[in-house]
Design a protein around this ligand. Structure first.
Ligand SMILES: [Zn+2]
Length: 325
């Protein structure tokens, strides 16, 4: 109780202090250059939805946090229009994630929103406002890339935004048959690892298919396409605990984390992973079951390699094919 009184005292003092500075100097808008494009985008998106986003009366500060904090990538001091961002988290983010973080913090400061941890029918986050306290070990990443973005922006400004159509996007494994596959890379025997630089014809649609096991690993077994730290790269695979994970962009971990669902799809032996790149969309299958799609600008040149831990065979029947659709 005493602590509460002190806290209320501090908050009251804080409010007084804010009022004083405002009276004497006027509200201060102090936004570091790194954050300005995302603030401008926020203002534009707000106003295009009829929401006023004018900080001239309230002031606004967005700065890097002076001390590194492992707890959160950003924090908004409620009622103070002051946002602090963790520098090392920021540096590891792809632009859609940076935008998402700034929009989230402004959702607190500007829209007075609190955290909302409900899910869409397909298991993805309902809102950019997901946050502490998280109920389970679901990754915090919101995939707001490509056509998912509009929904998440709408939802920031209107919590009653209808469920987006894209939750129903799917593809049947049989949509493509073997006669439509022109194999351009093949490695059939059991392998500890592999690495191949691939060049596909410009505009090609393509498929990666292989079998993976996660024997004797404490970590993660999977594959990657593209270069590390490149926004146009992705990594996917599964952990010892049979959690399937897709990461894309730079260090955008946890775009997918189907722990509950994937347990039923993955067995203790080799599992088949199929990734199809068709018309700037990536479709992912495990053992011929569709599990996820994401918008991905088609890249036809890239390094395709294993992400492996340990010294035993994890991969077999690796094929990369151009799809003749
Ligand atoms: Zn938050």
């Amino acid at each position: 109780m005493k602590n509460l009184q002190i806290l209320v005292g501090i908050l009251f003092l804080g409010a007084l202090f804010t009022m004083c500075t405002k009276d004497e100097e006027g509200p201060l808008i102090d936004v570091r250059a790194d954050f300005k494009p995302f603030l401008e985008s926020y203002i534009q998106e707000a106003e295009s939805r009829g929401v006023k986003a004018d900080f001239s009366e309230t002031g606004l500060s967005i700065q890097f946090r002076p001390v590194e904090d492992e707890e959160s990538a950003g924090v908004c001091f409620l009622g103070q229009f002051r946002i602090e961002i963790d520098r090392s988290d920021w540096n590891g983010m792809a632009p859609p994630e940076k935008e998402g973080l700034i929009f989230h913090e402004l959702g607190h400061c500007h829209l007075d929103r609190s955290h909302l941890n409900t899910l869409l029918p397909n298991g993805e986050w309902k809102s950019r406002m997901r946050g502490d306290p998280f109920i389970d070990d679901r990754p915090v990443t919101v995939n707001n890339s490509g056509r998912r973005r509009d929904y998440y922006v709408d939802e920031i400004f209107n919590t009653n935004t209808p469920v987006p159509d894209w939750v129903n996007i799917t593809q049947s494994y049989d949509f493509i048959n073997d006669t439509q596959k022109h194999v351009i890379y093949e490695k059939i025997p059991d392998s500890i690892s592999f690495k191949e630089r691939l060049f596909l014809p410009s505009g090609a649609n393509w498929e990666i298919e292989l079998e993976i096991n996660n024997f004797e690993t404490e970590e993660f077994i999977g594959i990657s396409w593209g270069q590390d730290n490149n926004e146009k790269s992705w990594r996917m695979g599964y952990s010892r605990e049979n959690q399937f994970i897709i990461t894309s962009g730079q260090d955008q971990f946890g775009t997918i984390f189907f722990k509950d669902d994937v347990d039923e799809l993955i067995n203790d032996e080799y599992n088949e992973l199929t990734v199809r790149q068709i018309d700037n969309v990536c479709y992912v299958f495990i053992n011929q079951n569709f599990i996820y799609w994401f918008d991905y600008n088609r890249q036809v040149i890239g390094t395709f390699q294993s992400i492996d831990r340990g010294s035993i065979d994890h991969f077999r029947n690796i094929r990369v094919s151009e799809l003749m659709l």
